[in-house]
Ligand binder design. Structure first.
Ligand code: CTP
Length: 424
């Protein structure tokens, strides 16, 4: 089993107190569900496993019973002992409420049903509303969110029938994750691999986290800007966009309507947000200034260029040209160009520093009339551009100053949103 450097979930999205029904279907990736079950439990969830008959040909229910401490659901009809199906050895865990049909008992107690891995057959049954086994009956009976984590051979994932079934499920607001791309059990290479465990965790925690930004319109900028020298060359900076992406995902997961205005990055677009790609600081400024009046919270995480070539060449500058002098001119400061604020609008800035962190950040907070500033010392290990982690200090207009430890950008994103909600 692959080991990764696991970054724990942000407190805002930990799974403590949540019950997750993990549906396991007949895919070679069924063994990976055991690791996922463990991981969900580490994050605080109670995990109840339901297996299809085919799944049991790949992994024994006993594996999941031992891992979760609960009986595994395998059959639509309760056994005489009152267990959830007949999934092997009895569990020492608390007995399920089995005075009703197992699928109803499980459906009633679930905060989320995650079907991982979901075979092509299972996806088809879900799309057509079939209910001939415990798992599919449970999905129809449940009112909680359902997440489908497909794993199948590449040719199957791209088959028109599977594509149509996935479309049907997504139209019904079932979250269907994209399988990973790479070598498949068949020896082929393509899309169909069980997704990365961290990605599944992030999707599950996102579906379950508090919707405390519901109804708020959040505008986020991210990434670098590029300022052209000529048609093929530009001035830019080392921003990867990861912090802005983490903020976008966190705000979306917490129920906000998010617009992401981003300079060029290599990151995949964030689903279910409005994505506005830009290149130069001037393009970013126009988008932000136009959209600001219809925004409740603006978070300027972008590393906007402060200077640009004063006279970009129309054609490519040839090698022999005398380039010892490069004339630059300042760009406009977007935060200082914002139109007049409505009452209640919140503006958050970042301060990227290489020393004198708090004093410089406090100066920017005041100078740019911010409500909150996220200050990073770029010289600290694990902080700043390109990393998956960050160490930040949050300063707000009420004078509060909170130094945070090194944490994932995902966790920091939630801490920033928490700070927005707690502004006086
Ligand atoms: N910012 C902006 N417009 C610019 C430059 C920066 O709106 N042209 C925003 C950034 O997105 C960030 C905040 O201002 O939220 C502070 O950016 P930073 O680069 O730390 O500071 P600068 O104002 O550019 O000052 P300096 O580079 O001198 O530290």
């Amino acid at each position: 089993m692959k080991t990764t450097n696991r970054v724990p979930l942000a407190p805002a999205v930990r799974l403590t107190g949540k019950t997750i029904v993990l549906g396991v279907t007949g895919s070679i990736a069924a063994y990976k569900a055991a690791s996922l079950a463990r991981r969900l439990m580490t994050e605080g969830a109670t995990v109840r496993v339901v297996m299809t008959h085919t799944a049991q040909r790949f992994v024994a229910p006993l594996t999941f019973e031992a891992l979760t401490g609960h009986p595994v659901g395998t059959d639509l009809f309760p056994s005489s002992s009152g267990e959830v199906g007949a999934g092997g050895a009895r569990s020492a865990g608390p007995p399920p409420a089995m005075n009703v049909m197992p699928h109803l008992a499980l459906a009633g107690g679930a905060d989320l049903i995650a079907i991982a891995p979901a075979s092509a057959h299972c996806v088809a049954k879900l799309a057509h509303g079939l209910a001939d086994d415990l798992l599919t009956a449970l999905v129809l009976a449940a009112e909680c969110p359902v997440m489908v984590v497909p794993a199948m051979d590449g040719g199957m994932w791209t088959h028109p029938a599977v594509r149509a079934n996935v479309r049907t499920l997504r139209q019904r607001r079932v979250a269907v994750l994209e399988p990973g791309v790479g070598p498949l059990a068949s020896g082929r290479v393509g899309q169909g691999r069980f997704p990365d465990e961290d990605a599944i965790l992030a999707a599950i925690s996102g579906a379950l986290c508090a919707k405390d930004f519901r109804g708020r319109r959040v505008l986020i900028t991210a990434g670098p800007t590029q300022e052209p020298l000529d048609p093929v060359r530009f001035l830019s900076n080392r921003s990867s966009g990861k912090m802005g992406w983490a903020l976008t995902e966190a705000a979306r997961d917490r129920g906000a309507d998010v617009v992401l205005v981003a300079g060029p990055t290599s990151l995949a677009p964030v689903p279910n947000v409005t994505y506005v790609p830009v290149v130069t600081s001037e393009e970013m400024r126009k988008e932000v200034v136009t959209r600001f009046p219809g925004t409740d919270v603006l978070i300027m995480a972008a590393a906007v260029a402060d200077f640009r070539p004063a006279r970009p060449a129309r054609g490519k500058v040839p090698k022999g040209r005398d380039v010892r002098m490069l004339a630059l001119e300042p760009t406009k400061d977007i935060l200082k160009e914002l139109p007049l604020r409505r009452a209640g609008q919140v503006v958050v800035g970042f301060a990227a520093e290489t020393g004198d962190l708090v004093a410089r950040a406090r100066g920017k907070l005041r100078d740019k009339a911010l409500d909150l500033i996220v200050a990073n010392d770029l010289t600290e290990p694990g902080a700043g551009f390109g990393t998956d982690t960050n160490r930040a200090t949050l300063l707000d207009r009420a004078g509060r100053c909170e130094g945070l430890p090194l944490m994932s950008k995902h966790e920091l994103a939630h801490r920033i949103l928490d700070a927005v909600l707690s502004l006086p």
